[in-house]
Ligand binder design. Structure first.
Ligand code: BGC
Length: 753
C-alpha cells in the first residue's frame, strides 16, 4: 500500500480522522480502503503496552522486561550495546503488534533536579545524540518506528505543559537541538514527538519555525510529528506549523475541527493531505519490514531479554570510588544493608513505568556467597529507620565488609515534578555515616535516576552507581561487587557538590515556570570547567578494576580546512590484571576564539575491551562540526580559522594525550559595518583587515612615536591608545581627528561593497 495513493483515495473526513488517535494509543483505521489501525506505546526502557487502554493511559500494562533507564544507558557509552537494546525492544514491539515505540527521550540535563532526568541521556548533546541514534537504529531495524521526544527545550517538569523556555539562538542550536539533529541525520526516525512547552513564546505544537524550518528543512527530518499526549492546540495552526498527529484521541473533536477549518477556508486541504501522508508513510513502512527477532514470545525469549537487560546494567554501572576493597574476595564476611538490597529501585515513575515480570535483588543474587542482610532503613516509614539503623550497626559486628544499598525512593523523582534538592533521604545518609565509622570496609551501591550529593564520600571505601538499572539490577550489582564483571561505565553527567553550584540554579524552574536559559551554552561540564568549579565527580569519569594507559597519539594531517576531515588515533593498553572495557573520549578545544567557548567539548568516544597486556589502536574522524560553533549572523555552524587542541583521555578531567591541528574556516561571515561598529570587529573580518588594517598600523605607529618622544606621557600610553582605538566605534576616528567622516564612509563602503 502506498501512502500517497491511499490518501488520494480518501474523503476529507477519512483524512481528518487520521490526524488524531482513535483512543489513547491507536490511529484510526479506514476499513473501506483496507487500512488498519496502528498502535503506539511507551517506551523507552521497556514496553508499556496496555491490554485494555483506559482514558488516562494508566495501569493494566503487560508484564515484561524492564531495561536500564536512559541515565544509565548513556553511561555505558557503548553504541553497539544500545543498538542491541533498540533491537530487542523493537522485536518485542513487533511481537506485540506495536508499530511505534514512544522514545527515546533526549532532552538535555540542564539541572540535576529535573524530575524526568532518568529518562534523558546526558548533559552533553553529542553523547545524547549518538546514543539516541543507536537506540533508534536498533528499534527501526525491526520494522518498528521510534518516536524520539520531547522536541524541544523541555528540561523541567514544573509547568511542563505550559512553561515558556526562553533560549537564545546559539544556545538552542549548540546545546538543546544538537542531539535531535544528530539522531535525525544518523538514524532517520519515523516520527518525532513535539513537547508540551513553549519556546520563546510559541508552543512547540504550533511552532512552524521549529517543526518545519528547523526540523525538516535544516535537519532533514522525513517522518511525522506527533504531539506529546495532550499538547495539541488549535488544529489549523498546528497542521500548518507541521504537527501531523494529535494524541491522545478518543473523541472526534480534532477531526471535526480540521474539517470545519478546511470548509471555512482557514486550512488548506493540501496540508491535511500532507499530514495524513506523512503518518501513513511511517506506519505503512513498519508493515513492510519483517522483524529479525522471534515472531512469538516464549519463556526463552523473555529469559534472553532479561539476560540482556542484566548485561546492559553491568555495562552501565559506574565505579565512583575504590579504596582497594573491590572486587570483594571470596573469603570475606559481607553484610548487605538497605531496603534496596531486597527491593531495589530500578526504574522511574510516570509514562515509562514498566510492569516487570521479574526483578532480581542483590540479597537473592548473592546466595551461596555467605552474605547476611540487615534492612537499615524504611523508605515508607521513616520513623522505623531509627530501629533498623541500630539493628544494622549490630549486625555489622561480624562483617569484614559492609555494602550499603542506598538511593532515591520512587517518590523523590518522577515525571510530573522536579526534585527539591540533590540529597539522599536523611536517614540513608545517617545510616551510611554511622556504618562508615565502625572501622570496617564500607561500600555504597547507589540506585538513582539523577545525581545525588555524598556527604560521606571521604568516609566510605567504595561507591558503585547502578543508576536505575532495570530488572537485572540485583544480579548485576552482585556480579560487579565480586568482580565477575569489571565496571566500565562513565558518568554521562557531572555530579556537583551541591545543587547551588549548578549553572541553571538561579533560573530553574523560572518565574511561573518560564525559565530563562541565562547560563547559555554553559551547561554541565562546559560550565564547571570554565568556572574551575570543583565538582564531586566530573563528566566522563568512572573507574575500573584494571588500569589503562594511553600512548602514541597521531594525527594524519596537522593543517586542514573546514571542508576536510582529519583522523586522530591513540593506543590504549590494559596494564592491569583484569580484563576490562575502557571508554576512550575525545574532546576538542579552540585555542583562541572571538566568541565565548567552553574549555573543551566531547566530539568522539569509543568503548573498547582489552585483555590484560593487550593494546588496541582507537581512531576518530573529525570534521567541520568537531571544530565549529553556531554563529548567529549566518544562522549556521561556523569554524573560525585557528589552532585547536585535540585531547584524548579517560574522563573530561583526565586527558592523557593531546595534539594540535590548524583549521582554516572557509565560510566568510557577511559584513555589514556602519559608523558605529567597533574597529576590532571590522578588522576581525578578512576584508576589514585588508582595507582598514594598514590605516590602523599607521595610526598606531604615530601614537607609538608620540609616546617615545614625549616624556610627559606615562608608561603604557601607546598600548592604552591601541586598545582604546580598537574598542571604539570607527566614527570616533573622526572625533579624534585621525580620519575624516568622509574617509571613514569611503572605507566602510569598500569593505561592505
Ligand atoms: C509524556 C510522554 C509519553 C506520553 C504517553 C506524556 O505525558 O510526556 O513522554 O510518551 O505521555 O504516555
Amino acid at each position: 500500500m502506498d501512502a500517497r495513493e491511499t490518501v488520494a483515495k480518501m474523503t476529507l473526513q477519512e483524512k481528518a480522522s487520521l490526524l488524531s488517535g482513535s483512543d489513547f494509543w491507536h490511529t484510526h483505521a479506514v476499513e473501506r480502503l483496507g487500512l488498519r489501525e496502528f498502535m503506539m506505546c511507551d517506551g523507552p526502557n521497556g514496553l508499556r503496552k496496555q491490554g485494555n487502554p483506559d482514558q488516562m493511559g494508566r495501569g493494566g500494562s503487560i508484564s515484561t522486561v524492564c531495561y536500564p533507564t536512559a541515565n544509565a544507558v548513556s553511561a555505558c557509552f557503548d553504541v553497539e550495546m544500545v543498538e542491541k537494546m533498540g533491537e530487542v525492544l523493537g522485536a518485542e514491539c513487533k511481537r506485540e503488534n506495536v508499530s511505534m515505540l514512544l522514545g527515546p527521550g533526549l532532552n538535555m540535563k540542564r539541572s540535576p533536579v529535573c524530575g524526568r532526568n532518568f529518562e534523558y541521556y546526558s548533559e552533553d548533546p553529542f553523547l545524547a545524540g549518538k546514543i539516541a541514534a543507536a537506540f533508534i537504529k536498533g528499534v527501526q531495524s525491526q520494522g518498528v518506528s521510534a518516536c524520539p521526544k520531547h522536541f524541544a527545550a523541555n528540561n523541567q517538569e514544573f509547568r511542563r505543559m505550559s512553561g515558556n523556555s526562553i533560549v537564545d539562538e546559539r544556545t538552542l542550536f549548540e546545546i538543546y537541538l544538537t542531539a535531535f539533529e544528530i539522531m535525525v541525520k544518523d538514524a532517520k526516525p519515523g516520527s518525532i514527538m513535539c513537547s508540551y512547552n513553549q519556546l520563546n513564546g510559541t508552543y512547540l505544537s504550533e511552532n512552524k519555525y521549529m517543526l518545519t524550518d528547523v526540523l525538516r528543512n535544516k535537519f532533514g527530518f522525513e517522518g511525522f510529528v506527533v504531539t506529546d499526549w495532550g499538547a495539541g492546540k488549535g488544529p489549523a495552526k498546528g497542521v500548518e506549523a507541521g504537527v501531523d498527529l494529535v494524541m491522545p484521541g478518543g473523541t472526534d473533536e480534532h477531526e471535526k475541527a480540521i474539517i470545519e477549518a478546511v470548509e471555512k477556508g482557514e486550512l488548506d486541504e493540501k496540508l491535511v493531505d500532507r499530514a495524513a501522508e506523512r503518518i501513513l508513510k511511517t506506519f505503512l513502512w513498519t508493515d513492510s519490514v519483517e522483524s529479525k527477532g522471534p515472531a512469538e514470545s516464549s519463556g526463552a525469549t523473555v529469559k534472553a531479554d532479561y539476560e540482556f537487560a542484566r548485561e546492559l546494567a553491568e555495562n552501565c554501572a559506574v565505579l565512583l570510588k575504590n579504596n582497594k576493597v573491590l572486587p570483594i574476595k571470596k573469603d570475606k564476611k559481607v553484610l548487605f544493608v538497605g531496603e534496596f538490597a531486597k527491593t531495589p529501585r530500578y526504574q522511574g515513575s510516570g509514562s515509562s513505568h514498566i510492569n516487570s515480570a521479574f526483578v532480581s535483588n542483590a540479597v537473592d543474587a548473592a546466595e551461596g556467597r555467605g552474605v547476611s542482610f540487615a534492612r537499615g532503613y524504611d523508605t515508607k516509614d521513616v520513623k522505623n529507620s531509627y530501629v533498623l539503623r541500630e539493628e544494622a550497626v549490630e549486625a555489622a559486628e561480624d562483617a569484614d565488609i559492609i555494602v550499603i544499598f542506598a538511593g532515591l525512593p520512587g517518590s523523590y523523582e518522577s515525571e510530573g515534578f522536579d526534585r527539591a534538592d540533590i540529597n539522599l533521604p536523611a536517614e540513608q545518609n545517617k545510616l551510611i555515616d554511622d556504618l562508615a565509622h565502625l572501622g570496617k570496609k564500607t561500600v555504597v551501591v547507589l540506585h538513582n535516576g539523577a545525581p545525588v550529593s555524598m556527604p560521606w564520600i571521604d568516609s566510605v571505601d567504595a561507591v558503585i552507581d547502578m543508576f536505575l538499572a532495570g530488572d537485572g539490577v540485583g544480579e548485576a550489582a552482585v556480579r560487579l561487587l565480586y568482580g565477575d564483571v569489571n565496571p566500565s561505565g562513565k558518568l554521562s553527567e557531572t555530579y556537583p557538590l551541591k545543587l547551588s553550584d549548578n549553572p541553571s540554579y538561579l533560573n530553574f524552574p523560572g518565574d511561573h515556570g518560564n525559565p530563562v536559559y541565562a547560563e547559555g551554552i554553559y551547561i554541565g561540564y562546559r560550565y564547571y570547567e570554565k568556572k574551575r568549579q570543583q565538582v564531586l565527580f566530573p563528566f566522563g569519569y568512572g573507574l575500573s578494576y584494571t588500569e589503562f594507559e594511553y600512548s602514541d597519539i597521531k594525527i594524519d594531517r596537522d593543517k586542514i580546512t573546514d571542508k576536510d576531515t582529519v583522523n586522530v588515533s591513540v593506543d590504549v593498553w590494559n596494564v592491569g590484571r583484569y580484563k576490562g572495557k575502557e571508554v576512550v573520549q575525545l574532546y576538542v578545544s579552540e585555542n583562541s576564539s572571538r566568541v565565548t567557548r567552553p574549555l573543551k567539548e566531547l566530539k568522539g568516544f569509543k568503548k573498547i575491551e582489552l585483555e590484560p597486556g593487550e593494546k588496541k589502536t582507537v581512531t576518530f574522524t573529525l570534521d567541520k562540526r568537531s571544530f565549529a560553533y553556531y554563529e548567529t549572523s549566518i544562522h549556521d555552524y561556523y569554524v573560525e580559522s585557528g589552532d585547536f587542541t585535540v585531547m584524548i583521555g579517560a574522563a573530561s578531567n583526565d586527558i592523557r594525550q593531546t595534539v594540535q591541528v590548524n583549521v582554516e574556516g572557509t565560510t566568510e561571515l557577511p559584513v555589514c559595518f556602519d559608523r558605529f561598529t567597533a574597529i576590532q570587529d571590522i578588522i576581525d573580518s578578512r576584508k576589514g583587515k585588508e582595507i582598514l588594517g594598514p590605516v590602523l598600523e599607521e595610526i598606531f605607529r604615530n601614537s607609538e612615536a608620540d609616546a617615545d618622544t614625549d616624556a610627559s606621557l606615562g608608561e603604557g600610553t601607546a598600548e592604552m591608545m591601541e586598545k582604546m582605538i580598537l574598542e571604539m566605534p570607527i566614527i570616533n576616528l573622526s572625533s579624534f581627528h585621525m580620519m575624516t567622516a568622509e574617509e571613514i564612509d569611503g572605507i566602510l563602503a569598500q569593505i561592505n561593497g
